[in-house]
Write a protein of this length. Structure first.
Length: 453
């Protein structure tokens, strides 16, 4: 075993070895292996131990733990893309296999595209168990675990839930100081769940493992669902907007969605699965699903409470390596998009104060904004809004005296705007609310008016 060497091309099998949870310490171990190689152990630590669970909740926690084991395996599976997947120690039914196949195939869409791999029909989970019986309700108490990511979206949800009097615990995974600061600034109860990837993954990356993006929101969702069962609460709330369901259109390939697990297809499949296979009264939904990115930006503009704390720039969230010195790098697609999306709704001085400079008055940033507009390039592989949202925001700024002289806007008005149809550039239709969501009906009744204005 000690002389086992990672060689992605020689690996035949990816194994889900076992998963275990210690209710005394709150630590879950998720164990994987390639062929007969060393065990790779990811740990997830839920604060609040010891957990004292009745028999029904113990069983539900075990079901949620297995689901987490199976979804979190995507980080390791991707390293070798082995031809065979094996699950040791327990069996899954056809519904579970179908959910996992869709999460792995779509969630690894960008990974496959960038690595020139074709995963269609190649990811097969063995479905050896008989179909599961519907699971019972656990009598979970009405309380929301709300995911916070340090950016604008979750803060919009948190403030909306606060305004509606929904009891919530602001919850995040991992050790980000930026998220911790935002969470503290909400003044609400907080929960920080620990997560450590198996350390060998980083060695394998250096040894030539396949590498690339994984559906991290699916993993975070499974962690939060597990925590909700342990804590006995009935809602897991994310802040994924409608725009996340639309990927980048790649000529010759089709749609590739970096943020697939933030989209509606994942939310509806995962939410339904939790209720049929984990606990009938566990609700998973995104509070912002009816909203476009622009509509979320409009909501965010309503409070300046988080201006000095939040950041949407993903460069803050690397596990390894140095953290950026500024909360906003100012050159990545997310910085570009969030600046553009907020500009129609925020006083210019406030926005420039948040990001530290005016990204729309920097000619060097033109190619970055062009990609957002899908002008001569595809939408970037990051969590940015639809091309039509970027074009509408830019067209609006081109009419505003305070923005229209800025370099990127001036060049848009001169070179791109004349080629565009005026109709789809109207902002108002893009702010309309959608009906496709899983928000509990009574809550949505109260929220609708708030989000419509
Ligand atoms: C911070 C970031 O954007 N990371 C992406 C980056 O990874 P990089 O190698 O530069 O740094 P690390 O994040 O530190 O990752 C180190 C290695 O570990 C692998 N890994 C990480 C987390 C995990 O859960 N599983 C893993 O296997 C990772 O692949 C590295 O090898 O580039 C990677 C390749 O494109 C991305 O996968 C990294 O993205 C992170 C998983 C991440 O947390 N990204 C979020 C900030 C993010 O993209 N959020 C999206 C939601 C997308 C979704 O749900 O699919 C958003 O902003 O909305
Ligand atoms: N470390 C984390 N722990 C828990 N949830 C997270 C974490 N990072 C992101 N999320 C959640 O995942 C979803 C997608 O993240 P995303 O980055 O789009 O949202 P955000 O950080 O709230 O806003 P922004 O789009 O401005 O960055 C959100 O619901 C967010 O709360």
């Amino acid at each position: 075993m000690t002389d086992w060497i990672f060689n992605r091309d020689a690996i035949r099998t990816f194994r889900f070895v076992r998963c275990a949870f210690d209710a005394q310490t709150g630590v879950a171990h998720l164990v994987y292996a390639f062929d007969d190689g060393p065990e790779l152990t990811e740990t997830v630590t839920v604060p609040g131990a010891p957990f004292v669970l009745d028999a029904a909740r113990t069983e539900a926690a075990q079901r949620a733990l297995r689901l987490l084991h199976l979804i979190a395996g995507v980080s390791y599976y991707k390293a070798a893309v082995a031809g065979e997947i094996r699950i040791d120690g327990y069996a899954i039914d056809a519904d579970t296999a179908a959910l996992l196949e869709t999460v792995y195939r779509n969630g690894l869409g960008e990974f496959a595209y960038r690595n020139g791999l074709d995963l269609r029909g190649k990811i097969r989970f063995p479905a050896d168990a008989a179909p599961s019986q519907p699971v019972p309700a656990l009598g979970l108490r009405a309380h929301a675990l709300v995911a916070i990511g340090g950016g604008k979206d979750s803060l919009v949800s948190i403030e909306a839930l606060r305004a509606e009097g929904v009891e919530q615990t602001v919850t995040w995974i991992g050790g980000s100081q930026l998220i911790a600061a935002c969470a503290a600034h909400t003044g609400l109860p907080t929960l920080n769940i620990g997560r450590q990837l198996a350390p060998q993954l980083f060695d394998y990356n250096r040894q030539g493992a396949w590498n690339g993006h994984i559906p991290v929101t699916a993993v975070n969702s499974a962690i939060m669902a597990f925590a909700a069962v342990l804590l006995g609460v009935d809602q897991v709330v994310f802040s994924n907007e409608r725009s996340a369901s639309y990927g980048s259109q790649i000529p010759g390939t089709g749609e590739v969605n970096h943020q697939w697990s933030k989209g509606w297809a994942f939310e509806s499949a995962f939410g339904d699965y939790l209720q049929s296979h984990v606990a009938a009264d566990l609700h998973y939904y995104s509070l912002l699903r009816p909203l476009s990115e622009l509509a979320v930006a409009r909501q965010f503009a309503r409070t300046d409470r988080y201006d000095a704390h939040f950041s949407s720039c993903n460069r803050n969230f690397h596990i390894l390596g140095e953290r950026p010195t500024s909360r906003w790098c100012g050159v990545c697609p997310k910085c570009h998009f969030v600046f553009l999306a907020l500009a129609p709704f925020l006083p210019k001085l406030r926005l420039v104060g948040i990001v530290g400079r005016n990204l729309l008055d920097d000619p060097a940033q033109v190619p970055g904004f062009d990609a957002l507009l899908e002008y001569g390039d595809h939408k970037p592989f990051e969590c940015v809004g639809e091309g039509r949202e970027s074009r509408a925001a830019m067209a609006l700024l081109a009419q505003r005296p305070d923005w229209r002289e800025d370099a990127v806007i001036r060049r848009f008005a001169r070179q791109i705007l004349p080629q565009l149809d005026a109709g789809p550039l109207a902002l108002e239709p893009l702010l309309a609310l959608d009906d496709e969501h899983r928000i509990p009906a009574a809550l949505w009744e109260r929220l609708r008016a708030r989000f419509a204005a």
